[in-house]
Design a protein around this ligand. Structure first.
Ligand code: GLN
Ligand code: ZN
Length: 783
């Protein structure tokens, strides 16, 4: 029963849903990697983490978030918040259960092993987190998974902050999303879904809430982004029923003050039909993503009296907000929810997806810098809005005017609109998007390439060695000349070619040593982009990326990859594959201008790539791969929004690639295993060969491919490069046999899951050797 006489605790007027965890100088990454390498102890990592959490609290308070009410989130993670939720509830994959102590708790080494695998034990599967470039570890839940309150780490982190005078708001993945995103553990009966276990999980969440209350927490945030997505495996009505059941148990049956007030986080999109369901529960608060989503069009039953965080500051992008418009939205939300509701200014999502601080970018053009808001600037924007809400618009008039002036300046600045780029786009015709018949192309390509059955190749990059990194850093600092740097890269390419020839691969690559990052490299060589120095964003675990900023019209001032690729081709008689990053991925992994449709921006990038492909073709390169690992990542979470996205994204890939002769083989690489979902779009890309992740999910995709009657080449990855494990020859052979068992052998290519750049040669060389041995063994048995 709800005790209606207990007043809902104050949450203030402004908050953020989360903040970057790795640190402004990637302190956590460096520390945990040192631990993995045996150069630091677990205690060292804990000390770094404690210091980072302290720094975050201090910084957020400085920027204007209150410390007497829980406006500051406590949302730390050593690796991933889904893995954290799993460890809190004791749901460790069975193969790692032995790593836990008697209470079911993992130490840092055990936790790392679940994430990274060990020996023959595959790590937990990794997949994209909603429509972001963050990746989470997929929990494995079976009928027999024992849930228990195994780890009180989040409670200890809350207590640590409180001891230093900061009342924080613990943030955890909510029970519905935790189970909705989990996969059925191996050996689960047909038809079992993890959400079947909700009733068994809820008592553990209840215990956790009680522990928070006992420690002094007044609010907790339970994130339930599953509510905003149609792109999860569980149908919406099942999710809604789970939502009702979960929060009846946690909010109604467990009354305050035995638990803190509950704020249900709903980032990454509009709640749609989930809103009335959520509003009907007894949770005290909820967040609305008012950047991706919109305000409800009419009154919502149940919303009156709740605390509502209006997510008006974009947690997904780096542009300064229109603060006046944001305040309008918050006022409209107040009117809609009624006077009994408490409205807060907030971010639409955690700030996990943006870098720390624009002020930390001295090399950015000052005009551009004036348009940008990274995490810290967004916190300050929230603080301004909170002040406006609490004290009235007049108090923040100067800030609102500054925000309007910055937006106006962006529309007129040079480079934002370039007539020659606009004219070229306007002149495109249908023919620019189409290649000829596939069968004719396939025949012409085979005649040119003479490939054996089950051709072998890699996804492009080879390990980025410390020497490569050192040379790049020295070049950036001006310590070595461009000639010296390029000579070192050429030497590296030569080594990589020799290695591939020794191992016996069929289609060779140059290894991408000259690329710091597959998107940043192109951004640095195209007009319309800027790159940052310290703009790191967590991609998965300890891996961070530095997305470029696409601020203006895009074009290619000069060839980018042609010299490297022709040099590579000069070293071998084997076919060499040119490597480019596709338009959708360039957009997905950049912070993209928000002042024109994404499809227009994508076509600008596509035309620049089309020019590059034309030059590679003219230089005699017979195979070109255009990577689109992020094609699915940008897929809108709502089914209704997906067709329009797939139209423009597929069109931009085709615009980039359709200008070539039929004997030029176009490859693409997609970085995820849910092939079935967007098979139509993959088909629409019309690439001659598509490589795709498959090893970690044990080739679950093969059924989708076979079922869809997909006609072109397909390379289901046989080596999981996200793990340091070396697959055995037998293991690869088994994967390959299952591939040729379900799809036409003439379609099958053999390749790793993804690029090799994050791995070491000690792992890569034997892994590739095993791939070749396995391929030879399977070839030998082909009729
Ligand atoms: N060609 C890229 C590489 O090998 C592809 C990487 C990716 O898909 N993320 O590194
Ligand atoms: Zn990949």
């Amino acid at each position: 029963m709800t005790d209606t006489t207990t007043a809902v605790p104050d949450l203030g007027s402004g908050t953020v849903l989360g903040y970057p965890r790795v640190g402004p100088r990637r302190e956590l990454k460096k520390s945990i990697e040192a631990f993995w390498a045996g150069r630091a102890t677990a205690a060292d990592v804990e000390a770094t983490a404690t210091e980072l959490r302290r720094r975050t609290r201090t910084r957020l308070a400085e920027l204007g978030l209150r410390t007497d009410v829980p406006a500051i989130p406590s949302a730390f993670s050593f690796y991933d918040h889904m893995l954290d939720a799993a460890t809190v509830v004791g749901a460790i994959p069975a193969r790692f259960a032995g790593l836990a102590d008697a209470d079911g708790r993992l130490d840092l080494a055990g936790y790392s092993t679940v994430a990274r695998g060990a020996g023959d034990d595959l790590p937990a599967e990794m997949t994209k987190w909603f429509d972001t470039n963050y990746h989470y570890l997929v929990p494995e839940i079976g009928p027999g998974t024992v849930f228990r309150f195994a780890d009180d780490r989040p409670v200890r982190e809350f207590a640590e902050a409180l001891a230093e005078g900061v009342l924080t708001r613990p943030v955890l993945v909510g029970p519905v999303t935790f189970l909705a995103l989990a996969k059925a553990a191996e050996g689960s009966p047909e038809g079992f879904v993890p959400l079947d276990r909700l009733a068994d999980l809820l008592p553990v969440y209840a215990q956790l809430l009680e522990a928070f209350a006992a420690a002094g927490a007044t609010w907790v945030q339970l994130d339930e982004p599953a509510l905003v997505s149609d792109a999860i495996d569980v149908p919406a009505d099942r999710v809604y029923a789970a939502l009702t059941e979960a929060y009846a148990a946690l909010a109604t049956d467990l009354a305050r003050p035995a638990r803190p007030a509950i704020l249900v986080g709903a980032p990454y999109g509009g709640l749609g039909d989930a809103l009335p369901v959520l509003a009907a529960t007894d949770v005290e608060g909820l967040t609305l993503d008012l950047v991706r989503g919109t305000l409800p069009t009419g009154p919502v039953a149940g919303l009156a009296g709740k605390t509502v965080v209006g997510g008006v500051i974009d947690g997904h992008n780096v542009w300064r907000a229109d603060l006046g418009a944001a305040l309008d939205t918050l006022e409209a939300l107040q009117a809609l929810a009624g006077p009994e509701s408490r409205i807060l200014a907030g971010t639409s999502t955690s700030l996990l997806h943006v870098p720390h601080d624009v002020e930390d970018e001295p090399n950015l053009d000052p005009t551009l810098r004036g348009w940008l808001a990274f995490a810290d600037q967004k916190v300050a924007e929230v603080a301004v809005l909170a002040k406006g809400l609490a004290e009235g618009r007049a108090v923040v008039a100067a800030e609102l005017a500054a925000s309007a002036a910055s937006l106006a300046n962006r529309t007129t600045a040079p480079g934002v609109v370039r007539p020659e780029v606009r004219a070229r786009l306007a002149g495109l015709t249908d023919a620019d998007f189409h290649r000829g018949d596939y069968a004719a192309r396939a025949a012409a390509q085979q005649e040119r390439l003479h490939l054996p059955p089950l051709p072998t190749t890699t996804i492009g990059s080879f390990p980025q060695t410390p020497e490569i990194r050192k040379a790049r850093a020295a070049h950036a600092k001006g310590e070595i000349t461009t000639e010296q740097y390029e000579a070192e890269m050429r030497a590296e390419i030569k080594r990589v070619v020799e290695l591939q020839e020794e191992i016996g691969l069929d289609v060779l690559v140059h290894g991408e040593p000259e690329r710091n990052d597959m998107v940043q490299y192109f951004a640095e060589n195209l007009d319309g982009f800027a790159v940052t120095q310290n703009g790191w964003v967590q991609s998965y675990g300890s891996r961070c990326v530095r997305p470029p900023i696409l601020w203006g019209d895009v074009s290619r001032p000069a060839p980018i990859t042609v010299d490297w690729t022709t040099y590579t081709a000069s070293l071998t008689d084997k076919p060499v594959k040119g490597m480019l990053t596709g338009p959708v991925t360039i957009l997905a992994w950049s912070f993209v201008r928000n002042d024109q449709p994404l499809g227009d921006t994508a076509n600008q990038v596509a035309l620049a790539l089309r020019d590059e492909i034309g030059d590679l073709e003219a230089a005699g390169i017979p195979v070109i791969q255009v990577d689109e690992p992020a094609l699915r990542e940008l897929l809108p979470l709502r089914a209704a929004d997906q067709p329009a996205y797939l139209d423009w994204s597929v069109a931009s890939f085709r615009l980039a690639t359709a200008g070539v002769r039929e004997d030029l083989q176009i490859h693409t690489h997609l970085c995820y295993s849910e092939f079935g979902e967007i098979i139509g779009a993959i088909d629409g890309l019309d690439a001659d060969v598509t490589s795709i992740e498959a090893a970690r999910s044990k080739m679950e995709i093969l059924g989708d491919i076979a079922g869809a009657g997909y006609p072109r080449g397909i390379g289901p990855g046989v080596y999981d490069i996200h793990s340091p494990r070396v697959p055995s020859e037998g293991e690869v052979e088994e994967l390959l046999r299952s591939a040729v068992g379900s799809i036409d052998v003439r379609q099958v290519w053999v390749n790793p899951d993804c690029g090799l750049k994050t791995r070491r040669y000690e792992e890569v060389t034997p892994s590739l050797e095993h791939i070749i041995e396995a391929t030879r063994a399977v070839r030998a048995t082909l009729a």
